[in-house]
Design a protein around this ligand. Structure first.
Ligand SMILES: [Zn+2]
Ligand SMILES: [Zn+2]
Length: 223
């Protein structure tokens, strides 16, 4: 998701095909200031390899902030492993943690989400280093507010924000459709369903479609 606010351009998440979409939509990569990854599921991060390679091949000059949910330094080593040596790029890449994004971008507030918690037992049992971190975001600019949930489990974590939002871009796949519909009834925000729809959601939408818009790859919204 490309967000333009206060003359800053930010990519939220970077799934497979992002580089292709940037080219297809004639979006100038030099305008991107930061890429923020919400969590380390491949559908949110696997596109970063090709995006960085494209920036490199196109001789990008502008520095790039890359915010990662956990293990920012290890992620740099993964890129090295794939011969994507960021230290040899024509532009500087700053590896940072998503939780600190507000220090550079005042308009973005990261909200820890529960999305990775279902792995907690497995990670503990096998003594893995995964930190189970995942984030949602509130983007505030010129008196308008967007909530981008990214993926989550329990919708209740957003209850305290929903009255203030103008747009809610919500993961419509991982949680109960009935909960999303109930949630939508509590807010006047535009509800954009993202991340594909569960079968249950598809069925429910036949009844309550008016309240929702469905995000597609090229949906463009102005506030
Ligand atoms: Zn996920
Ligand atoms: Zn996902």
């Amino acid at each position: 998701m490309w967000v333009n606010c206060s003359s800053t351009n930010i990519l939220f998440d970077c799934g497979e095909g992002t580089a292709k979409q940037l080219i297809k939509n004639k979006l100038d990569h030099n305008e991107i200031d930061s890429i923020i990854i919400s969590h380390f599921h491949p559908d949110h991060v696997s596109g970063i390899f090709m995006v960085l390679q494209m920036f490199y091949l196109q001789k990008r000059k502008k520095p790039l902030n890359l915010y990662l949910p956990e293990k920012a330094n290890e992620f740099k080593s993964i890129l090295d492993m794939f011969y994507t040596f960021t230290s040899r790029f024509s532009f500087k890449v700053y590896f940072k943690l998503t939780k600190n994004v507000n220090a550079d971008h005042k308009q973005i507030q990261p909200i820890p989400s529960d999305h990775m918690q279902s792995y907690a037992d497995f990670v503990q049992k096998h003594s893995l280093a995964n930190e189970l971190l995942s984030y949602s975001f509130i983007i505030s600019d010129a008196g308008k507010r967007i909530l981008y949930t990214s993926d989550f489990l329990d919708i209740k974590i957003y209850n305290k924000y929903l009255k203030e939002m103008d747009i809610i871009i919500i993961d419509a796949l991982h949680t109960e459709a009935s909960d999303i519909i109930k949630f939508a009834g509590l807010t006047n925000a535009r509800m954009i369903l993202n991340h594909g729809l569960s079968e249950e959601m598809k069925n429910r939408l036949k009844i309550s479609i008016n309240k929702f818009e469905i995000a597609d790859e090229e949906l463009e919204i102005s506030l």
